[in-house]
Design a protein around this ligand. Structure first.
Ligand code: GRF
Length: 205
């Protein structure tokens, strides 16, 4: 009997280039997973069109007048109905509660455009540029209830001095993010993850 592929739920708010990287990797057989649901909290997110072009079900879940509990409940019900195994925050611009996360323990990951714990929160690339750091990059981490604070799974480093200007740095970080996100997902799906404090380790199963 064929094994069913692990199921991913992707939460987005915007352009969706990282969603596209995951969709492409799944379609090309580079990632043994399927994207079962894409949820956006923004109606105009281009990521929604990307999902539809790949025939992935979408849910538009706007916060609007919903309380945080109601908003998260709506997402939770859809994710559970889609039998999602892993949740990927790919440019999703909201902080999830401990209540939400408790339904997917150590199964929610986030992508961030800096070498965490440096520059958490908004405008990380611009802030790293203005601070004059020599190296920055991107991080994939497990999500906790903080803002970009969960255990780090993997990172990529970019030399700022190798960039022509801020736009070039943004481009290089975004390119690195696409590779990092797919590569981290592949490790999560094919290795055993252990966590000691905030340190994470992958080992062969
Ligand atoms: C990425 O830079 C990610 O690190 C941040 O939001 C951006 C999303 O880009 N959290 P996209 O929507 O995947 O193109």
């Amino acid at each position: 009997m064929a094994h069913s592929l692990p199921s991913l739920g992707i939460l987005v708010s915007g352009f969706g280039s990282n969603l596209q990287a995951i969709l492409d990797a799944c379609a090309q057989g580079k990632l043994p997973a399927k994207v079962s649901l894409v949820i956006s909290d923004q109606a105009q997110a281009y990521a929604l069109q990307r999902a539809q072009q790949s025939n992935v079900p979408v849910l538009l879940c706007e916060k609007g007048t919903l309380s945080k509990i109601e908003f998260e409940q709506k997402m939770l019900e859809a994710l559970q109905k889609a039998s999602v195994d892993w949740i990927v925050l790919a440019g999703f611009m909201r902080i999830l509660s401990q209540h939400f996360l408790s339904f997917f323990p150590q199964r929610v990951i986030n992508l961030h455009p800096s070498l965490l714990p440096a520059f958490p929160g908004l405008n990380s690339i611009e802030r790293a540029w203005e601070e004059g750091v020599k190296y920055t990059g991107c991080t994939v981490h497990l999500v906790d209830e903080g803002c970009d604070t969960g255990p780090i799974l993997d990172q990529r480093v970019i030399s700022v001095e190798s960039c022509l200007d801020l736009e070039d740095l943004k481009k290089k970080i975004h390119e690195a993010e696409h590779e990092l996100l797919v590569s981290t997902l592949l490790k999560l799906l094919t290795s055993k993850l252990s966590i000691k404090g905030k340190r994470t380790f992958f080992s062969h199963v």
